[in-house]
Design a protein around this ligand. Sequence first.
Ligand SMILES: Nc1ncnc2c1ncn2[C@@H]1O[C@H](COP(=O)(O)OP(=O)(O)O)[C@@H](O)[C@H]1O
Ligand SMILES: [Mg+2]
Length: 369
Amino acid sequence: MEQNAAYARRHGVRAVLTVNEYLTEPTSLVCAELGLPGNDPHLAHAARDKVAMARVLAGAGVRIPCTRLARGDGELHDVLRDRRVRFPCVIKPAGGAGSAGVTALAEAAPAADAARSIHETEGSEGGPGVIVQAYAAGTEYSVESVTQNGTTTHLALTRKATTSGPCRVETGHSLPVCLPPATEAAIHREVSTAIRAVGVRNGASHTEVVIDPAGRCTVIEIAARLGAGHIGILLQHALGIDIFTALLDVALGRPAALTPTARSHATVRFITNPHTGRLTSLSRLPEQGPGVPFVPWRAAVGDLVHAATANTDRLGCFVVTGSDADEVEERADALARQIQIQIQVQVEPLPAAGGPGQVRPASTAAIAR
Ligand SMILES: Nc1ncnc2c1ncn2[C@@H]1O[C@H](COP(=O)(O)OP(=O)(O)O)[C@@H](O)[C@H]1O
Ligand SMILES: [Mg+2]
């Protein structure tokens, strides 16, 4: 920390900011040390450590799922018997991100296996362990916000799609979403309280919420950074907000332009596949062009790819934009259905690089819901 601050002083750095979840706490400490606009350094850990997050959010009156820390198998089994948690529930690492290690459990039977497969995490204020959370049923959204000098602007509500089943990999984001005004007001109230509770004063935040059928808002988690998964690009295309310039302005202490200049719609679809194996062919990917501004692809033919259990397993994605939300969604679904992926599923342990291996061919259509 001192080294970073000393470096910044030596080079006359006038702004420090991050879009990386793991760097939000050190960034707030460096900003405080240098007297630059940033977040509360005493609370920044609460936007990273889900144990601290649950404590400060509940303390501020934010509606969150019942959250318990379990250190080791014994405690986990006790927690899973807690009547406030019940099944289905969600087990996750206290300091995780990108859905890694997040397991939704439908019933007690797989709980022991899940417990064994989940690595305990260090660094949580409750000590090493995992957290167990009551399952919040409903529709999942995120709220993209920017706070400057303690005043928050909610830029957009984003609908999230994830895989179903035990692993919840994010498969798509669409924005802006319009909900009934009373529901939106309830969401903004909870999210504004959450933003204050984790000490976001100058910078972006991304708050994940679930809305139940009665319109009640439960906060799943908050991150003191811009939403990942190309949400910045969606904001730019749908609302005409240059979010990266705006965040630099916030970090520099200059007024940030956060008013939409466009009224469009944007969606991103992430492509996952259900098998682990060698990618043997990939065709009919969407092409960049009108209404498809961005097609970043991660996986290439020949790569070993993994059945999706975390966001990092996704093969690639594409963004679709346009003025009509329904048309944009239909076009994105149609483009996703066209993608052809072939995987050779490994039935033997993987050979050393370049060596022979036994493979069984499998072909799979893209999953992009
Ligand atoms: N308590 C919960 N109730 C319902 N779904 C949940 C809950 N916790 C997590 N999830 C699902 O798992 C996903 C990943 O969990 P999250 O807490 O956001 O972890 P990460 O920090 O890895 O993103 C969420 O986007 C959501 O789909
Ligand atoms: Mg999340």
